[in-house]
Design a protein around this ligand. Structure first.
Ligand SMILES: C[S@@+](CC[C@H](N)C(=O)[O-])C[C@H]1O[C@@H](n2cnc3c(N)ncnc32)[C@H](O)[C@@H]1O
Length: 245
């Protein structure tokens, strides 16, 4: 089995929820939690978001390591846990914008002829080693065009797709499960036998039926909540390996 790129970020450089490195100075002294005042034109929720960003060790690590978002660390952890990527793999990254998963995937598969197809309905800045494709997975014609344009048998399909949040948990849950089903239908079309599928879901009940369906199609199916996934969120990832088709 080919080894991964040595330049891929090591686990040591990834912040851990237990250590919270950015809140401690080298001498062990605690750095003050930054508070953000609610300005006239800043709503309480945007002040809360800004405060969380300023105090999030994954945001700081992503900035210093050149990742486009903190989400990079979720995929790094999933890869370490499930050994997803191998040199030369062909990967499709659905819902790829702004591109941090694509960055991680290209680091892992880039050498040895690997390729990452980064797909989203919004624009993505180019990523070296990736082919950026503008497409809506909800549009059947766009999906057929996407499938026709793939030049490789696909080893891994990733979906970090998320619908715009409505704030109504049950609605958001059903919408993301629908995106998972769309992503998996796409994966069935393009994955080589033995390939892998990873999808983000927000828990709420319906994901259990989806998990059961995955078990009929893949040899190994697990769910995982990476440390970089915010503790209070309903987010988790479904990892299916050993596609049987
Ligand atoms: C959480 S972001 C992905 C973050 C990305 N994995 C990263 O690491 O930078 C979710 C993305 O899903 C995309 N998305 C949602 N619905 C989609 C659809 N029907 N087709 C394509 N992309 C979609 C959104 O445009 C958004 O960019």
């Amino acid at each position: 089995m080919a080894s991964k790129r040595s330049s891929r970020p090591s686990r040591k450089s990834v912040p851990s929820r237990t250590k919270k490195p950015s809140s401690l100075r080298a001498d062990g002294a605690r750095v003050a939690h930054e508070r953000v005042k609610t300005a006239k034109r800043r709503s309480t929720s945007s002040a809360r978001w800004l405060e969380r960003q300023l105090n999030d060790p994954y945001v700081a690590a992503a900035k210093s390591e050149g990742y486009r978002s903190r989400a990079a660390y979720k995929l790094i952890e999933l890869d370490e846990r499930f050994d997803l990527f191998h040199r030369g793999d062909a990967v499709v990254d659905l819902g790829a914008a702004p591109g941090s998963w694509t960055q991680v995937a290209t680091e892992c598969v880039g050498k040895g002829g690997g390729i990452v197809y980064a797909v989203d309905l919004v624009d993505i800045e180019p990523v070296s080693g990736a082919k950026v494709i503008h497409a809506d997975l909800g549009d059947a014609d766009a999906v057929q065009a996407l499938i026709a344009g793939l030049e490789h048998p696909i080893d891994i399909v990733l979906s970090d797709m998320a619908p715009p949040a409505t704030g109504h948990a049950a609605t958001d849950h059903l919408r993301i499960v629908a995106l998972c089903e769309t992503a998996e239908a796409f994966a069935e079309e393009v994955l080589r036998p033995g390939g892998a599928f990873v999808a983000k879901v927000w828990q709420g009940g319906a994901e259990r039926d989806f998990l059961a369906r995955l078990k009929q199609r893949y040899d190994f199916v697990k769910h995982a909540k990476p440390q970089a996934s915010r503790a209070g969120s309903a987010e988790m990832y479904l990892v299916a390996q050993g596609c049987r088709s």
